[in-house]
Ligand binder design. Sequence first.
Ligand SMILES: Cc1ncc(COP(=O)(O)O)c(C=O)c1O
Length: 372
Amino acid sequence: MSMTYRKWISQKLEKLNAIDCYSAGITPEALARQIGVNPKEIVKLNFNENFFVDRAKQSELIKELADEIDLRMYPEDEEGKLREALTAYMGVPKDYLTIGNAGDELIDRIIRLFIEKGDAAVSFAPSFAIPRLCMKRLGGEYKAVPLKDDFQLDVPAMLSQFSDKTRLLYLCSPNNPTANQMKTEDVETLAKAFPGIVILDEAYGEFADYSFVPRIREFPNMIILRTFSKAFGLAMLRLGYSVSNPELAKVLTERAPLPYPVSGFSIRMGIKMLKNMDIMRTAVAALKTERGKLIETLNQIDGVQAFSSQADFILVNTQKPADEVYQKLLARGIMLKKWGNLLQYPNCFRVTVGLPEMNAKLIEALKQIQGD
Ligand SMILES: Cc1ncc(COP(=O)(O)O)c(C=O)c1O
């Protein structure tokens, strides 16, 4: 091995290893091993997954698909077919739609295509981490303005961050982790004043009260992100799409830049879910009912505060230190996303709305922990 290579690769690896990346944390299987229980007993409420989607019905669709598709072949016009299927659901023409490997990859794709070193993005905090990580990786700047105490946008403070270098505005609504939707007039003001691309992340759109999709024509610089991971319960398949004006959609679709960016199997499963829309609609309705009950019950526990939600998860603040609560829940096999300090709240958690039996375990555990 030449010295030149060695020097270069060691510097390169050092630089690559320093990249700030997303970490998924301990897996349910590892936790089960650690605490000596069957993995099936783990209550997984840390990833905003949708347990209300009927697995038996989903399995039926997978079996149908197994007979219909030939995995030996490259995808043909699978993306086109999904875009066609989405036109009725989204109420926009096909040329407004781009298919991607779920929200994460679309965020990465948009940032890779539109951002150059030295460009800046404006967003707010706390919010979803991926856009910040993607911007940083490209050498971009990420300015996150704190949300107001009511979790709404501080519009003047955000406007004051706009400059000649600002090329991206990332707005997450409903927001992860606060679970609220941003006021429409605030999104409108920011999007209209913004001199670059606006990503409006509606990953949790189906659980919310409104969407900007019907208004997309008013915002030529806006790309709305949607995913099959949440409401449709296809998180494992990594499938999502964006809605934007055709000029942007064309670039996002055609300059992906790989020839077959999205798995044909995932796409065909997405089409099946759209053709069997009752699966998603039933799941979302049940989840929303359970969400209301869970918020009410959590708020009845001494030392626990649960906020309202327009997503499939709830933000919770505890009186006891977040680390202590987190460890005690883990010891009982209950996984939440620990957030800790969030604006004026010191001990926050993001809690997926689980099935009633999962939530019952969480409630029982929190009662015990708060009573300790
Ligand atoms: C706000 C938000 N956007 C996007 C995503 C990405 O999800 P996916 O890549 O599964 O579509 C998530 C996932 O949790 C999210 O919370």
